[in-house]
Ligand binder design. Structure first.
Ligand SMILES: Cc1cc2nc3c(=O)[nH]c(=O)nc-3n(C[C@H](O)[C@H](O)[C@H](O)COP(=O)(O)OP(=O)(O)OC[C@H]3O[C@@H](n4cnc5c(N)ncnc54)[C@H](O)[C@@H]3O)c2cc1C
Length: 336
C-alpha cells in the first residue's frame, strides 16, 4: 500500500465529496486544525470537512488507499488532541450538526458534529433531556463514545447508557446501523470504548421527560475546603438519585482578589423535591451561590429562589444567574 496523497487521489476526492477538502495551503486550514486545547499543534496532510455519511465514507476510502492515518474530530474537546493527526487525514464533522427529535417516542438522532448545547436546546423545547456533558461546548460524539458523565447521570445514567443506536462507517467502508440487536458486540464497544471502532456519523438517544431542575454553582473560599469536603462526603453517601453533585478546586482570580475558590455544584432534582436531608446543611459563607430552578432549552432562566437552599435552612442571599443556559449544562456564574 502506498502512503502518498497524490494529486490524482486528491482530485478524485474533490469530485466526489460535498464538503470542503482543506490542504495546508488553504486559508481555512489553520482554523480547522485547531482544537479546544491550544497546546495541540498538529498538521494533517488533509482535512475533510464532511457534510454527509457518504463524505465520511469517501474520506476513509482515500485514507485507506493512500495508507494514511485517520483522526476524527467531533467537538474537538479531547485534551490530548486525538481529533488531529500529524500528516494523516483528519475527518472533521463540524458541519454535520443535524438533529431530529421525536417527542412522541422520546428519542433524538443527532449527527456526530453536534455539541451538547445544541442537542440540549433541540430536546429542551419538547421538555426532554438526556445526560450530556457538564460543559456544553463538548462534542456529543467523543463524550458519548467515552461513556459521558453529566448532570443527569445519577438519575438517568451516563450518556452512553442512553444510546439506542449509532450510524457507523467502518474502516473497511461499511455503513452500519449499530444497535443492540444488529451488532451487539460493536454496540457494547461503542458505549464507552472511545473511538477507533469506525466513524460514528449519527447517534440516537433515549430521552427523558424533564421540565425543571434546580441547580447551580456554589463557590467557597479555599479555607473552607476541609469542612466542605467532609460535608460533600457525607451528603453524597446516601444521596437520592435526583441529586448529582461535583466538588472541585478552581483557580479563578476575582476583582476582590481571592486567588482560589473551592466550588461545589448541587444540581438536578425536580423542583418540588428536597434533594438534601435536613442534617446535610451547606457549610456557611459561600462566596457565590446562584442556585435556582432552570428549564432545559434555549429559554432557560434562573429565579432567585431555591428549594434546596431554603429547605437546607441556610440564610443565603440568592443572586440570579444570567449565564445559565440549560439544565444539563450549566455555565458558571462566579463573577470575575
Ligand atoms: C472543558 C471540558 C469539559 C469536559 N466535560 C466533560 C463532562 O462533563 N463529562 C465527560 O464525560 N467528559 C467531559 N470532558 C471530556 C470529553 O468528554 C472528552 O474530551 C471527549 O472526547 C470530547 O468529545 P469531542 O467530540 O469534543 O472530542 P474530540 O476531541 O473531537 O474527539 C475525542 C476522541 O473521540 C474520537 N471521536 C470524536 N468524534 C468521533 C466520531 N464521530 N466517531 C468516532 N470517533 C470519534 C476522536 O477521534 C478522539 O479520539 C470534558 C472535556 C473538556 C475539555
Amino acid at each position: 500500500m502506498s502512503t502518498t496523497l497524490d494529486n490524482h487521489r486528491l482530485a478524485r476526492l474533490h469530485e466526489r465529496i460535498s464538503g470542503p477538502v482543506l490542504t495546508p495551503q488553504d486559508p481555512r486550514y489553520d482554523e480547522a486544525r485547531a482544537v479546544h486545547n491550544g497546546l495541540i499543534d498538529r498538521r494533517p496532510a488533509l482535512i475533510v470537512r464532511a457534510r454527509s455519511t457518504d463524505d465520511v465514507h469517501d474520506a476513509l476510502t482515500l485514507a485507506r488507499e493512500a495508507g494514511l492515518e485517520v483522526s476524527v474530530r467531533g467537538g474537538g474537546h479531547n485534551v490530548a488532541g486525538r481529533a488531529v493527526t500529524d500528516g494523516g487525514v483528519m475527518i472533521d464533522l463540524a458541519e454535520m450538526t443535524a438533529v431530529a427529535v421525536d417527542p412522541e417516542r422520546a428519542i433524538a438522532t443527532a449527527q456526530g458534529g453536534l455539541r451538547w448545547a445544541e442537542l440540549n436546546e433541540a430536546t429542551g423545547v419538547h421538555g426532554l433531556a438526556v445526560t450530556g456533558g457538564a460543559v456544553s461546548s463538548t462534542g456529543i460524539a467523543g463524550l458519548t463514545l467515552g461513556g459521558g458523565l453529566g448532570w443527569l447521570m445519577a438519575k438517568y445514567g451516563l450518556a452512553a447508557d442512553n444510546l439506542e443506536a449509532v450510524e457507523l462507517v467502518t474502516a473497511a467502508g461499511e455503513i452500519l446501523h449499530v444497535d443492540p440487536t444488529a451488532y451487539p458486540d460493536l454496540f457494547w464497544a461503542l458505549r464507552g470504548g472511545g473511538g477507533n471502532f469506525g466513524v460514528a456519523t449519527a447517534f440516537t438517544y433515549r430521552l427523558h421527560r424533564l421540565q425543571t431542575v434546580t441547580g447551580g454553582l456554589i463557590a467557597h473560599p479555599i479555607d473552607a475546603a476541609p469542612e466542605l469536603l467532609r460535608f460533600y462526603r457525607d451528603a453524597v453517601a446516601d444521596a437520592p438519585d435526583d441529586l448529582t453533585v461535583f466538588a472541585g478546586f478552581r483557580r479563578r482570580p476575582t476583582r476582590r482578589g481571592h486567588p482560589r475558590r473551592l466550588r461545589s455544584r448541587l444540581p438536578t432534582g425536580p423542583q418540588d423535591q428536597t434533594p438534601l436531608r435536613p442534617r446535610q446543611r451547606l457549610p456557611p459563607q459561600p462566596q457565590h451561590h446562584p442556585i435556582g430552578p432552570a428549564r432545559p432549552g434555549p429559554t432557560a432562566e434562573v429565579r432567585a429562589s431555591s428549594p434546596i437552599v431554603s429547605r437546607a435552612e441556610n440564610a443565603l442571599t440568592l443572586a440570579p444567574c444570567p449565564r445559565f443556559p440549560s439544565a444539563t449544562s450549566q455555565t458558571e456564574c462566579i463573577p470575575s
